[in-house]
Ligand binder design. Structure first.
Ligand SMILES: NC(=O)c1ccc[n+]([C@@H]2O[C@H](COP(=O)([O-])OP(=O)(O)OC[C@H]3O[C@@H](n4cnc5c(N)ncnc54)[C@H](OP(=O)(O)O)[C@@H]3O)[C@@H](O)[C@H]2O)c1
Length: 180
């Protein structure tokens, strides 16, 4: 379960755009995000949304998610989190824990996006890192073995949503952290 009492990790002290740290995920209605190393759906338009949300920013991802993509995505920085100190991939930066990933991302002065997978999302919630969640819910139930964590509803509220019609319809929701 996420530990929501944890103090958020340090954020950069420049403007609001640079401060923004997001979690971006697409999940099914039963909260599946992956099956093995794959995303268990093909939904027209949904990847375009991911591209728009991440373009120009810095993506932090787990090693398994990186290997399922297989290459750095153009127009964005990629930081791979792995416990393997020897892991390298051209065009990416590799670090061995999440706080180091966040510190490295902050030096780039661009929006920071945690893009999965399940292990990384869980820890990002536990560490109370994100200001904004971009959650796409694919309007179907699928079988899988990697799940998106329960969103801590006391910490985030939906501020925007948009419904998309496609081969499988999907719902985009933007959540923002509730400030006291
Ligand atoms: N639907 C979506 O939006 C979405 C997005 C992304 C991914 N996915 C899916 O999610 C699945 C992958 O998720 P996953 O949970 O299996 O793996 P993951 O989170 O992508 O990667 C896990 C790996 O990250 C590294 N790691 C995790 N925590 C770490 C820490 N605290 N310090 C250092 N390294 C750490 C470890 O790498 P090492 O083993 O190398 O040490 C670990 O094995 C795939 O099915 C993928 O397709 C879905």
């Amino acid at each position: 379960m996420p530990n929501n009492n944890q103090k958020p990790l340090d954020k950069p002290s420049t403007n609001q755009e640079i401060r923004e740290v997001t979690i971006i995920a697409a999940r099914s209605k039963n909260h599946v995000i992956g099956r093995g190393d794959e995303i268990p759906w093909r939904v027209k338009g949904e990847q375009k949304l991911f591209k728009e949300l991440t373009m120009g920013g810095c993506m932090i991802m787990g090693r398994k998610t990186f290997e399922s993509i297989g290459r750095p995505l153009p127009g964005r920085d990629t930081i791979i989190v792995t416990r393997n100190a020897a892991f390298r991939h051209e065009g990416c930066e590799c670090v061995n824990d999440i706080p180091t990933a966040l510190k490295l991302a902050q030096t780039k002065r661009v929006p920071i996006h945690f893009v999965g997978g399940g292990e990384i999302y869980r820890q990002a919630f536990d560490l109370n890192i994100a200001d904004v969640l971009h959650i796409t819910t694919i309007q179907t139930e699928v079988e899988g073995d990697v799940y998106f964590p329960q969103i801590p509803e006391n910490d985030f509220s939906v501020v925007d949503e948009k419904r998309y019609l496609s081969n499988i319809d999907y719902l985009y929701e933007r959540y923002e952290r509730v400030r006291d």
